[in-house]
Design a binder for this molecule. Structure first.
Ligand code: GLC
Length: 430
């Protein structure tokens, strides 16, 4: 079998973002930030206030952190020691879904079951200690409307989560009730933050010079310290829910993926860039290339990552992975093209995210000059996907010219747990 060249070239073009479109995406993103801050319904960014500024680095004490929002739930006990230092005292983690055993992600689960599972993990992290008082910071990585640091109501599930009875609820009320059912009245949740906010807090605690935090993993989102206007007074971290950004042009695969998703019409950027979806886009395009339009194959972002890590001339790993998933044997020249398709999908993801970072930098900078700074990013795609560093840098250069040298992205590994402990400390201090 040989792939149709015309179709192949057209599909690659559909996943290509040239400099002009990149610039347009960055400008539209900044425009949506401003509209969102002003409360305009025309913004596709939710711009959710976090009720937190940046930490000083001098926060101290032991705090529990519950990190909930991806494939794994983690509960950690941290001791913050000030001066940007900390120790992790204990750590437990479990997947939210084990095929054939349990599933707290799908629509068959109830919120109560899900939060009981979380409370069980907290119990493990404190080794069954039902006496010692603990404050707990909760990283809850979904769009939530807050009225203060501890009161966060889930607006809508994202990332294909669907457990019943949680949307519209105050998440720490559900958590507190589950902790009580577990006999853990000694554990008091005192703060809820988004994972992007946690990443920014952890990076700022350790490094300074960081005003933007992002996740590039199962989902994608960015927050930043809004210095100027609107609801963010005094300067406050805003969770943009940038995965909801809409002012970009989807191609037919994006449209098909959205139509088959849990929340149609929502999270349009996220569905073009995040780890949960990259393999699915590849599967849709692959099916079309194999003459099976309308069908799909289930690839994962890890498959794409493995294909791209193999830089051999004959793209052997691409052929092996495609054969394992589709049963089709590709000749070498097609395996090379398929690896190119994976590359195009991944590079588009990196470039679109870079555009949103640049839009955010423009907003932070206002009329002034871009200050030297880091953008803190956590997440498996950022950490493990080939091409991320070089393509991010290339996109920054295209949009920022010489100023690109003032900005870099930096891995904030484990930031979503540490940030929750920092939030708990900042809240206690008031
Ligand atoms: C989704 C969530 C967002 C979270 C991101 C990364 O986009 O809506 O709140 O920050 O995933 O986990």
């Amino acid at each position: 079998m040989a792939l149709d060249s015309v179709l192949y070239n057209e599909i690659i073009a559909a996943f290509t973002v040239d400099t002009e479109h990149l610039r347009e995406a960055a400008a539209n993103f900044r425009q949506d930030m401003r509209l969102g801050l002003a409360g305009s319904p025309d913004s596709s960014l939710r711009m959710l206030p976090s009720y937190l500024g940046l930490p000083t680095g001098e926060e101290r004490g032991s705090y529990l952190a519950l990190d909930f929002g991806g494939t794994n739930v983690r509960v950690l006990l941290y001791r913050l020691e000030g001066n940007g230092t900390y120790k992790m005292l204990s750590h437990v983690a479990k997947p939210l879904k084990v095929d054939g055993v349990y599933d707290f992600v799908g629509a068959d689960a109830t919120g109560e079951e899900m939060f009981d599972f979380l409370a069980g993990l907290v119990d493990e992290a404190v080794a069954g200690d039902h006496e010692t008082p603990y404050l707990l910071g909760h990283t809850f990585s979904f769009p939530s409307r807050q009225t203060n640091i501890n009161d966060a109501r889930l607006i809508i599930w994202t990332k294909e989560f669907a457990a019943r009875g949680v949307e519209g609820e105050v998440v720490n009320d559900l958590l507190r009730a589950a902790l009580v059912r577990q006999g853990l009245s000694n554990v008091t949740p005192n703060s809820v933050i988004n994972d992007t906010v946690a990443v920014l807090l952890s990076a700022a605690y350790i490094n300074g010079d960081t005003k933007i935090g992002a996740i590039y993993a199962t989902g994608h989102n960015t927050c930043y310290l809004e210095p100027h206007t609107g609801m963010a007074e005094p300067p406050m971290i805003i969770n943009m829910e940038s995965g909801g950004f809409q002012k970009i042009s989807p191609n037919r695969f994006d449209v098909a993926l959205d139509a088959a998703s849990e929340k149609k019409g929502e999270q349009r950027l996220e569905k073009m860039v995040a780890g949960r979806y990259l393999g699915e886009l590849f599967g849709l395009a692959m099916a079309e290339l194999l003459g099976e339009k309308g069908h799909t194959y289930h690839f994962t972002s890890v498959d794409l990552s493995r294909m791209l890590a193999d830089v051999g001339e004959d793209a052997q790993l691409a052929a092996t992975i495609v054969e394992a998933v589709t049963g089709k044997i590709l000749p070498v020249e097609d395996a090379v093209r398929i690896r190119e398709l994976a590359r195009a999908i991944v590079v588009r993801s990196i470039r679109l995210i870079a555009a949103t970072f640049v839009g955010t930098l423009w907003q932070i900078t206002g009329a002034g000059e871009i200050c030297p700074q880091h953008i803190a990013v956590d997440g498996s795609v950022y950490e493990k996907m080939p091409l991320v560093q070089e393509e991010m840098r290339r996109a920054f250069s295209e949009l920022l010219g010489e100023d690109a040298a003032k900005v870099d992205t930096m891995l904030a590994c484990g930031g979503s747990g540490l940030g929750a402990a920092i939030a708990a400390a900042m809240t206690e201090r008031g």
